[in-house]
Design a protein around this ligand. Sequence first.
Ligand code: HEM
Length: 444
Amino acid sequence: MAGEEAAVPMFKRSAVQIPGPRGGIFADHLEAYEANPATFLEECRQRYGDVFRFDTDVVVVTEPAVINTVLVHTNRDNVPNANPLHGGRFPTPEQTRQWMRTRQVALPVLKPASLPSRLPSVSRTVAADLRALEGAWFDPAERAWRICVSALLPLYFPEPPPELTDALLTAFVEGRRAGQAGIRIPSWWPSRLRRRVQAADQRIRDQIAPLLTRDPPGADGLPGTLLEHILDRPEPVPADVAQAALGITVLGAIGTMGGAWCWLLYHLAAHPEAFERIRAEVAAAAPHELGAHPERALPYTQAFVHEVLRVHPPAWLLGRDAITSVTLGDLEVPAGTAIMFSPYLLHHDARWWDEPERFDPGRWLRAGPQHAPGAYLPFAAGPRGCLGTHLGMAILLLTAAHLTTDFHLETSDLDQVSADFGPTLIPTAMSCRLTARSGTAERP
Ligand code: HEM
């Protein structure tokens, strides 16, 4: 690719002395970090301040204003952390431009104004997927990924091909495995892991390619899915941009959306009074409003979902790689530094929230600011923040609505459930069972 030569190697040595654990995380602290990553990071914050060195060329920032400055300047001063499988290189300016074009192509279908026409079909998918779970015990962390892909695809394709769901899930699992391995593989290294990820990505492209050569289907007469929108545009969308919009944006959503789905079930089970209140709110809502505008119809449920995402943000640790030297508070860090921040730490910091350890949906319904500015970041922010914020919220609201209305929810002992601070935050060792409430009617 033309701009490839411009790519800058990522790991220059840092010259600045930023406070942090001696020798970095790998010297003496790995065990403490792995035992409880969030606690370790919080202890570092208390000891070293709001900007600390975590490892060679890795700093952690815990102050909302500084984090938000970093996020706002993404694509200019920094880029999202490089994919370890892409040889540890910054994306070229051309690759970034291409991705921003992809975002622009997907946005008209994902923006709030476009959702109402498509949400009823998302809602039917969510309801059917919950019904399919009925009766048997299941671990949400095993089911969430497929359920989330299935909820997203009605916005993307009029008739989502089932093989595409499988291809997306395989790519997600391979990518997650690679992320967990946490190794940066130089681009010349013959790696099996990267080969498997590339093969999975190719399967997604193979599924999408034939759909892009057809006439716009437009079969259901509704304002278009993303595929129809792409095929209908006056100027053709380049094939790789169309492929990325239809495939990679879903792939980007699975881990976070799935993690949020798991924690939603956890908190619905942990707070039976909230479960009943959501059920009552759904029963009182006008059906057409519920189907198209769940955020308007269900204010308490929306507060509940915000609280779930506050207490357990699936994207609990995020980062940017500085492509130029940047100032963080009163410290200057050079190009090549990875700047990490944790929505989890932010959301649990008593400097920015009242009683952060209390699960309290009501905080979102009270007048006045619920938190210090910039201290709530479940979807990150800035030019590379989440593309599917409104859709993600809608899927969680619809899940809460169908689940509380149509089912009883039983779980294994929630005290035994722990949080896995992996690539995304998910509950481990949780078991759930849905049992149909008698006489439940189908919802829109
Ligand atoms: C509750 C559900 C969701 C949560 C908590 C969530 C969270 C996030 C976060 C924190 C990021 C930023 C990552 C970073 O800064 O490095 C992100 C990025 C992204 N999200 Fe979501 N997300 C959710 C649902 C969705 C959905 C439904 C879509 C569907 C399109 C989506 C598509 C994306 C994409 C494409 C990106 C990459 C943006 C970029 O790099 O330009 N997300 N998401």
